[in-house]
Write a protein that binds this ligand. Structure first.
Ligand code: CA
Ligand code: CA
Ligand code: CA
Length: 245
């Protein structure tokens, strides 16, 4: 074999090794960031639901369907948006959370990475553990626009509802707060009420510690009640507890 051919073969092998090493590094860093949802605390129930609304006001209804942790938004049989396959959505609610007159798409989701693609430059390491987040989107001209997205929530929301509990014209976000240590499912330690404050949410009220599940908002003769199962049976709290009690 001539020296020239041996050189070419060696060069080819060298390139193969570099490509293989690069590929394995890429795979390992990717695997490191791949979401391992078997280790994550999630909502106790897997919610499947479908809603219809025309949020972008083009006189054509969209369908919002949640199946196996994934939200698909369709209009005229075309998929407008689907949540990324490395997110797990516990639930979604269509409601005007930030009180600007536009109905928002509110998501409670689990994902790896505290900041997603917009990690602030002063944060050296993203936190790749799977944590609960609350995201708000609007549908504008057939495309989704993010209104607000939390970083990792301090404690996960096991369930949430959005209603105007005290009829003051402003939405109240009602959540059952659990803990990340709960396995395999999140269960409510506290009932909490949050309100939009133009840059995020302010906690307006939090219950005493207990065991809470199956959060519902009921309306009786125009008055709203938070109904929730507790260790002492079904609790019914009228209006917004900090205002009404
Ligand atoms: Ca529409
Ligand atoms: Ca809104
Ligand atoms: Ca209110």
């Amino acid at each position: 074999m001539s020296r020239k051919i041996t050189g070419k073969i060696l060069f080819f092998v060298f390139v193969l090794v570099i490509v293989a090493l690069g590929g394995s590094y890429y795979l390992s860093s990717d695997q490191q960031h791949a979401a391992d949802y078997s280790e994550a605390t999630r909502s106790e129930r897997i919610i499947s639901k479908k809603e219809e609304a025309d949020l972008d006001n083009n006189a054509i209804q969209e369908t919002y369907s949640l199946e196996n942790g994934r939200l698909t938004i369709m209009e005229s049989l075309k998929v407008i948006w689907q949540s990324p396959d490395d997110w797990w959505l516990d639930d979604f609610v269509l409601a005007d959370t930030n009180n600007d007159g536009v109905i928002d798409i509110n998501l409670s989701l689990w994902k790896a990475g505290d900041f997603g693609n917009s990690k602030p430059f002063w944060v050296k390491e993203n936190d790749w553990s799977i944590k609960n987040h609350f995201f708000i989107f609007d549908l504008i001209g057939g495309a989704l626009k993010m209104v607000w997205g939390s970083s990792n929530l301090g404690v996960p929301n096991c369930e949430f509802k959005i209603e105007d509990l005290d009829n003051d014209g402003k939405s109240d976000l009602v959540v059952l707060e659990g803990a990340y240590s709960q396995r395999p499912a999140c269960h409510g330690n506290y009932i909490a009420i949050w309100q939009w404050n133009d840059w995020g949410f302010t906690n307006e009220w939090r219950s005493d510690q207990g065991t809470f599940a199956n959060l519902k908002i009921e309306a009786v003769e125009g008055k709203k009640y938070i109904e929730v199962d507790s260790e002492n049976g079904v609790l019914s709290l009228p209006g917004r507890p900090n205002v009404n009690q």
